[in-house]
Structure formats: C-alpha cells, structure tokens
Design a protein. Structure first.
Length: 180
C-alpha cells in the first residue's frame, strides 16, 4: 500500500488515459451501485442459500462498514483524484471523501460470507476486484484508497464473525434461569 501512495497519481492518470467506451459503461453502472445494494443482494443470496446463521454477522458487517468508512472519510478528508487531475467521467461525487473506498470496503467485507460455496467465494473475490478497479478507472479513487478499502473490508468481514462468536459465548456462559 505504501508503494501505491507513492505512485497514486501516475496510476490514476494511466487508468483514466486508457479508457474504452465499453469499460466506461460498466464502470459507471458499478458506480451507481451503493453499499446498501451490495449488502441487500448478499442478504438475498444468504436467505436463498439457507445460510441463516450468517445474517447477524452480515448486519454487524454492514454497521461496521457504514460506521468505519464514514468516520475515516470524515477524519482523513482526502480529495478525490478528479479534483486535482480533472479525470472523472461521473458527477455528484463528494470531492473530499476519497479514503478509503466505500465500494471496496463493502465488497471485500462480504467475502467471508460465501465460504459455504467455493464457486460463489471465488466469484465474489473476482467481483470485488473488478468493482475496486472500476473506482480507479473512473477517477474517483486512487489505488491506495481501494487497497485500504479492501483491507478494511477484509478486517470488517472477519470481525463480524468474531463479534458473533463472542456474543454467543457470553450468552452460553450466563446460563441464567428462566422464570422460576
């Protein structure tokens, strides 16, 4: 990630200077998908796959994703690449909330939820990489924003299951009597 910081501008210019109309359409489509929609789609997949044990960790991951991403964006307030480089093809994006990438954080936080199906698991990793790179391609994030979002997302995904296990262990250890 440190190397990415050193070459962020060059990488952004490379991506945005080599645009292709087809990729423009895909990237703009991805840009319009919010974190809410991503979590909603995963909720539906988990319900259809009868993975009800993963619903509480998904809610925990969603809350952590929202809270940590918003907090870091406010604290760091890093300008987006298009502010300095004038290379974005999308509008209505907050100019000073580049770090970390919310899209990358959202999609990478969901990876552990697909461990019940190897194909879905690797497909989701592929989707996460494509979504993350599309953010750099559009000029709305530097590569380091996306890498930080991916790392934060992986942390959130694992942390949500850790919190569930802690909660379950706490509840088991209490063994309080129910209405004597």
């Amino acid at each position: 990630m440190l190397i990415s910081f050193m070459f962020d501008k060059e990488i952004s210019v490379f991506f945005t200077s080599n645009r292709i109309e087809f990729l423009d359409l895909i990237s703009v489509f991805i840009n319009n998908i919010s974190g809410y929609m991503i979590f909603g789609a995963v909720l539906l997949i988990l319900l259809l796959a009868k993975q009800k044990k993963k619903l509480i960790p998904l809610i925990i991951a969603f809350v952590l994703y929202l809270g940590l991403t918003i907090l870091l964006k406010i604290i760091i307030a890093r300008p987006r690449p298009f502010v300095e480089l004038d290379n974005s093809i999308v509008e209505n994006v907050n100019q000073n909330k580049s770090f970390p990438s919310g899209h990358a954080t959202a999609v990478f936080s969901i990876i552990p939820f697909f461990n019940f199906n190897r194909i879905l698991y690797y497909l989701w990793i592929f989707i996460a990489v494509i979504i993350s790179l599309s953010r750099v391609y559009l000029g709305v994030h530097y590569l380091s924003d996306v890498i930080a979002g991916a790392l934060l997302g992986c942390f959130i995904g694992e942390l949500s299951f850790y919190f569930l296990n802690k909660l379950q262990n706490t509840l088991k250890s209490r063994k309080s009597p129910v209405f004597v």
